[in-house]
Design a protein around this ligand. Structure first.
Ligand SMILES: [Zn+2]
Ligand SMILES: [Zn+2]
Ligand SMILES: [Zn+2]
Length: 376
């Protein structure tokens, strides 16, 4: 016998105790500032005093050298070096801008004056009021994309996803997401439109899109129809599964009645005790009534009474699922097996598909219940 030196190979013992520990994730790339020891990212703390200072600089416009004209005759004052650092597009615009006295002049049109203010403030301090974000989410998304301010764009997308996207603005946001290269937002708005088509199609946004982009409307309508068909198909499958499950349960109950007997019905050699506990097979009650009817019905021929016809079908179905007819106690099991051999191919395929679907309902390869139909 080979002895184990417990101290000789610690690593092999650890390996037996569980999977090896994953190596640590690679850290952030070293920037030249990080190499110089300047604190970066999560290690870096910014006091609110500093942010307040940047806000004040914007609010007071101290030594501002840029005038941004807005649509409604308003002006926002800014500092060229700050807005240039925060937005490469702004930098490019400033290079080409005209100078009037000490000011370089820009204009930002197509969005409300207050939205431009909120935007420029963000360039200074990355700060915004929730109320402003809710009011100007659409223009802020446009501005952040047009002026290449990714952090603001990301915030706009997050805010929309977390509640600002609604029935009224979803059509506008969807179109913007396509124009502003925001695939996730596009996907979320698309899903909202398709799921709430009735409400969304009644909005002004939808009417405006219908006029300006009829092709987009057509595409959305096609998606709505597709989704509708998918829902119908899901419901159909669900109902179908329910029927197969009921059939499976009926098959279980049939074997149980013929093998063990249930309450007062069962094999002729079974002695029924009084005060039996209630049966655990849900389908038993209905099946018991059907069997009693079948035993007494005068029209007991295939194609006759609908109840008897159902009983014939259940008996045939059982026979197709039954593993061993020689020992099975279900009536006519063997007769059906013999008849099946003579059946034409088309009928045979139909029954085989039905049997397979019933067994699949219970997500089992072979139904163990039917292999024990003999009771031995
Ligand atoms: Zn029962
Ligand atoms: Zn009948
Ligand atoms: Zn059988």
């Amino acid at each position: 016998m080979v002895g184990i030196d417990r101290n000789s190979d610690d690593s092999s013992l650890n390996a037996r105790a569980g999977p090896p520990v994953a190596p640590p994730l690679p850290g952030p790339p070293m920037t030249k500032w990080a190499r110089k020891g300047v604190p970066q990212g999560a290690d870096c703390c910014v006091s609110t005093t500093a942010i307040d200072l940047w806000d004040r600089l914007f609010d007071e416009g101290y030594k501002a050298d840029v005038r941004i004209h807005t649509d409604d005759g308003g002006v926002v004052y800014a500092h060229a070096w700050i807005v240039s650092m925060a937005s490469p597009v702004m930098k490019g615009m400033l290079k080409k801008s005209k100078r009037k006295g000490r000011y370089q002049v820009l204009s930002i049109g197509g969005v409300p004056h207050d939205a431009v203010r909120v935007f420029v403030r963000f360039l200074y301090s990355s700060r915004y009021q929730n109320q402003d974000m809710a009011e100007f989410i659409v223009p802020l998304l446009v501005l952040s994309h047009s002026f290449m301010v990714p952090r603001l764009k990301q915030i706009c997308e997050q805010q929309l996803e977390q509640g600002l996207l609604n029935m009224e603005n979803v059509i506008d946001i969807f179109q913007l997401a396509l124009l502003c290269d925001a695939p996730r937002l596009g996907f979320i708005s698309h899903r909202m439109i398709v799921k709430n088509f009735k409400d969304v199609s009644a909005t002004e946004g939808w009417a405006a899109m219908k006029q300006s982009f009829p092709l987009l409307e057509k595409e959305l309508l096609e998606c709505v129809i597709e989704e509708d068909n998918r829902t119908k198909e899901r419901i159909r499958r669900k109902n179908e599964r329910k029927i197969y499950l009921q059939l499976y349960e009926a098959m279980e109950a049939l074997v149980h009645i013929c093998r063990d007997g249930c309450q007062t019905i069962g094999p002729h050699d079974k002695v029924f005790k009084k005060d039996q506990p209630p049966c655990s097979f849900e389908a038993c009650k209905g099946l018991e009534l059907l069997i009693r009817h079948f035993a007494g019905c005068k029209l007991r021929v295939p194609g006759g009474c609908i109840h008897c016809k159902r009983m014939w079908q259940l008996l045939e179905l059982h026979s197709r699922l039954c593993a061993d007819s020689n020992v099975c106690r279900v009536p006519l099991c063997r007769n059906f097996k013999d008849r099946i051999k003579k059946q034409n191919k088309k009928d045979e395929t139909k029954w085989r598909i039905l049997a397979r679907k019933i067994l699949r309902t219970k997500t089992i390869g072979v139904a163990p219940f039917f292999t024990s139909a003999c009771g031995c």
